[in-house]
Design a protein around this ligand. Structure first.
Ligand code: 5GP
Length: 347
């Protein structure tokens, strides 16, 4: 068993529908009369994995997962499998994010959320006594959707947080970065969520967009995702980069995702190099382990290999992620002590 697999890792950036494994997709297809032929299943699964393409191609992949998570039972199965996959990969703390989705006549957004929450509540029953994983939920707004949809998602997030404050802990902004007027239509809604006690994570600067990125950086989110085009050598500017560093906002870093979507040209060129050099907080994450054929252990291995990180430095990456997480103070303490116990055991 490799060191990165044994590490008690913390995953902060995982989209539910992008994280489905082949096995999960296969089972969900078989349960769906429209998709259950071998030919259809194989075609669907083989087109789910992204081979170095573009961000645009990446967004088409989610339609594939969305075609199978179309009722509460399928959403439960997807959630259960994704949590089990992360637990098997040695993840001790997991934040899943997902966009509430309604299917007319079958499932409302509230029922979608309930299916995910019920599964998270049920974690001890399917993870078993020898594994330990804490799971939280962030509800997403897809910036491609209308402001009315965004408003509904935020309203539902506030309701879900009131009912399950120890599970539903934050909101996320994601979706195709070319779409939507985020500054005008969406950030004011996120402020409502913030006032209600939810934490805020924003996908930021996946493509160059000086005005939007500046407004996001000034917004003081609790965490930012990707942050690809902030540094001047990656389509950002000195001003944006300084704003970002001064904000000290932790960045969710998704190496494989960025390289496979071609928003970063190579691992060596990834902006993680600057975060390491300047000691800006970050959390190594998978983004969509199904679409990108990765695991959190693989992401740690990649980071270690590319940037020559020692075992101790990898443990420090986890410490940063614990601090940046939306866990409670007690949960953070417990994760820190689990990590120190690991360090002692491994010498
Ligand atoms: P879901 O929210 O349906 O569980 O997960 C899939 C959704 O997550 C996609 O439809 C998209 O809105 C969002 N998503 C997944 N990966 C990325 C990414 O790399 N960038 C952005 N901006 N959004 C993503």
């Amino acid at each position: 068993e490799s060191f990165c697999l044994r590490l008690p890792k913390v995953e902060l950036h995982a989209h539910l529908n992008g994280s489905l494994s082949e096995d999960t997709l296969r089972v969900l297809c078989m349960e769906n009369p429209d998709l259950s032929s071998d030919e259809k299943i194989n075609a669907l699964i083989s087109s789910f994995h992204l081979k170095n393409r573009s961000l645009e191609e990446c967004f088409k992949k989610f339609d594939i997962a969305h075609a199978v998570t179309i009722n509460p039972a399928a959403v439960k199965k997807a959630t259960k499998d994704v949590i089990s996959d992360f637990a098997a990969d040695g993840v001790a703390y997991l934040e899943i994010r997902t966009t509430p989705r309604s299917v007319p006549g079958v499932m409302s957004k509230r029922e979608y959320i309930q299916a995910v929450v019920d599964t998270i509540k049920d974690v001890p029953s399917f993870i078993g006594p020898n594994k330990f994983i804490v799971v939280k939920l962030l509800l997403s707004v897809n910036r491609r959707e209308s402001p009315a949809e965004a408003e509904e998602n935020i309203r539902e997030a506030i309701v879900a947080n009131a009912a399950h404050p120890d599970i539903v802990v934050g909101v996320d902004l994601s979706g195709n970065p070319k779409c939507g007027n985020v500054v005008q239509d969406i950030l004011p809604l996120f402020t409502q969520a913030r006032i209600s006690g939810l934490k805020i994570a924003l996908h930021c600067a996946e493509i160059p967009n000086e005005y939007e990125v500046e407004e996001m950086l000034k917004y003081n989110a609790d965490r930012l995702g990707h942050g690809t085009c902030v540094h001047p050598s990656h389509g950002g500017t000195e001003r944006l980069w300084k704003l970002f560093l001064d904000s000290k906002t932790p960045l969710e870093v998704c190496l494989t995702s960025n390289v496979k979507c071609k928003t970063v040209e190579s691992y060596e060129n990834h902006h993680l190099q600057h975060l390491l050099q300047l000691q800006h907080p970050f959390a190594i994450s998978t983004d969509d382990k199904g679409v990108f054929s990765t695991t959190l252990s693989k992401e740690f291995e990649l980071a270690a290999k590319t940037f020559n990180l020692s075992a101790l430095e990898l443990c420090h990456c986890i410490e940063m992620a614990i601090h940046a997480s939306f866990a409670s103070t007690d949960e953070k303490k417990q994760l820190m002590s689990e990590l120190s116990a690991f360090k002692t055991k491994e010498g």
